[in-house]
Ligand binder design. Structure first.
Ligand code: ATP
Ligand code: MG
Length: 303
């Protein structure tokens, strides 16, 4: 028995009949409130469904494991409009068909707490948009590939391991994908903002600096070019030695194209890294920025 005072504080809700609680679209639930939504999400997740709709809103539950729902067959089914079950591919395909059909710009807003799966979802959206664009001409593969290739570079410079997410985006981004009149991708622009600057020189215990520092340091063991630029083991530098050796999963390997960019940019590895960071950090003049990692060499003994 609960004490009477406690019973008065408990909020009672009507529960949906079990026959409908695992519905695809929560708008069809007789009782649509937070407890019922959470309950239905749990029931659906236990049945193997990661996604659910509430009208036009897609709710995703991060499975934190590999799920076989993103392969090319599934993508083709959504592209062709044959599969209507809730899925991120469905949202992206719908946005594309509305764009082509109504000739009006479309927007997909992805939100959630850290580790919810926003970055992964964005990649799936781009995968669909590049796939539909590709199919319509068969010749625009280069642009689509370039759009997909920007991800590892952006993540290298803007993502870091935090206590909540091994690949946490520490910057905001707005992606504009442009289509021509035929519905083929004509280009894309990515605007980044709000980079977490403080992370470059300070990381909370258990967290790490941006992936790029560790990727370049790890790659320096094999690549003479990086050694010549001054790269060495990550635990040499004050600004990257937290959390080394890398906790699993290791940072993704340095993309070859990025390696080439570093080579082209100049011969001072430290300056290159900080310059690229500072190009996003408009608040810091470049010359100040160039010194940031150099200062990281200096060891200040505790008093
Ligand atoms: N659809 C998915 N299938 C399998 N695993 C997933 C999926 N979405 C996310 N994950 C897992 O969750 C991790 C965190 O996801 P993600 O980096 O997208 O979160 P986020 O919302 O972007 O977090 P942050 O705000 O910190 O950047 C991924 O690295 C991946 O391991
Ligand atoms: Mg993210």
């Amino acid at each position: 028995m609960f004490p009477l005072a406690l019973v008065e504080q408990i909020q009672f809700c009507y529960r949906n009949p079990s026959a409908v609680e695992a519905t695809d679209d929560f708008l069809t639930l007789p009782h649509l409130d937070e407890p019922n939504i959470l309950h239905s999400l749990r029931v659906r997740y236990n049945q193997g469904h990661v996604y659910s709709y509430t009208g036009p809103i897609l709710i995703a539950v991060n499975p934190w494991r590999q799920v076989e729902i993103y392969n090319i067959n599934v993508l083709e089914a959504y592209k062709a409009g044959k599969n209507k079950a809730p899925h991120i591919f469905g949202v992206a395909s719908k946005a594309y068909s509305s764009l082509v059909g109504n000739r009006k710009s479309q927007c997909i807003l992805i939100s959630g707490e850290s580790g919810a799966g926003k970055t992964e979802s964005t990649k799936y959206v781009l995968q669909v948009l590049t796939a539909v664009g590709e199919n319509r001409t068969g010749t625009s593969a280069a642009i689509e590939q370039q759009i997909m290739l920007t991800n590892p570079v952006l993540e290298a410079f803007g993502n870091a391991k935090t206590l909540r997410n091994d690949n946490s985006s520490r910057f905001g981004k707005w992606i504009n994908v442009h289509f021509d009149r035929k519905g083929t991708i004509a280009g894309a622009e990515i605007k980044t903002y709000l980079l977490e600057k403080a992370r470059v020189i300070h990381q909370t215990p258990g967290e790490r600096n941006y992936h790029i520092f560790y990727q370049v340091c790890a790659a320096s063991a094999q690549q003479k070019m990086l050694q010549d630029l001054g790269a060495a083991s990550a635990d040499v530098f004050n600004y990257s030695k937290t959390c080394t050796p890398p906790l699993p999963p290791s940072p993704p390997p340095l993309p070859p194209r990025l390696c080439q960019v570093l080579q082209d940019l100049g011969h001072d590895f430290l300056r290159v890294l900080v310059r690229v960071h500072c190009s996003t950090l408009s608040a810091l003049p470049q010359e100040v920025g160039s010194g940031v990692v150099l200062v990281g060499y200096v060891h200040v003994p505790a008093e």
